[in-house]
Design a protein. Structure first.
Length: 126
C-alpha cells in the first residue's frame, strides 16, 4: 500500500519542473522568510496530519552576495519508508516582490532511486 501511494506521489514529482509563466506558483505571507514560504508550499508533499515518513530533512537557502531579493531553497528528504525511492529533493526559486512578500517562481522536483539509474532524476523510480 505504501509503495502504491509513494508511486502515485512520485509520478507527480516526475514531471515537476514548473515555471511561473502566468504568475507565481505560490505567494508567501507578509513577514515570512523564504524557508518558511518553501515549507508552507511543500507541506502537502512532506506529510499528512503531522505525520512524516523520512528519517532526515535537509534545508538550505542560497542567494548571490549582495542580491538578497532572489533566493534558491533546497529541501531534501532522506531515509524514506519506500523500497524504491532513496531520497526526494525540491529546489525552489523565490523572488521578493515590491510588497515585501516572497513568491515561488520555479520548482524542480527530483528523486534518487535504490535501483536503476544513480543520481538525481525526475522520472519515477523502478
Amino acid at each position: 500500500m505504501k509503495r502504491t501511494i509513494a508511486g502515485l506521489l512520485l509520478a507527480g514529482l516526475a514531471a515537476a519542473v514548473h515555471a511561473a509563466d502566468n504568475g507565481p506558483l505560490y505567494t508567501g505571507q507578509p513577514g515570512e522568510l523564504p524557508v518558511q514560504v518553501a515549507l508552507a508550499y511543500l507541506a502537502p508533499d512532506m506529510g499528512r496530519d503531522g505525520q512524516f515518513e523520512y528519517a532526515r530533512l535537509r534545508i538550505s537557502q542560497r542567494s548571490q552576495p549582495e542580491s538578497f531579493d532572489r533566493v534558491s531553497v533546497s529541501i531534501q528528504q532522506d531515509g524514506l519508508l519506500d523500497d524504491s525511492v532513496r531520497a526526494r529533493r525540491w529546489t525552489l526559486q523565490l523572488i521578493r516582490g515590491g510588497d515585501g512578500r516572497w513568491y515561488i517562481t520555479r520548482q524542480l522536483a527530483e528523486q534518487r532511486c535504490y535501483r536503476g539509474a544513480q543520481g538525481w532524476q525526475r522520472k519515477p523510480c523502478p
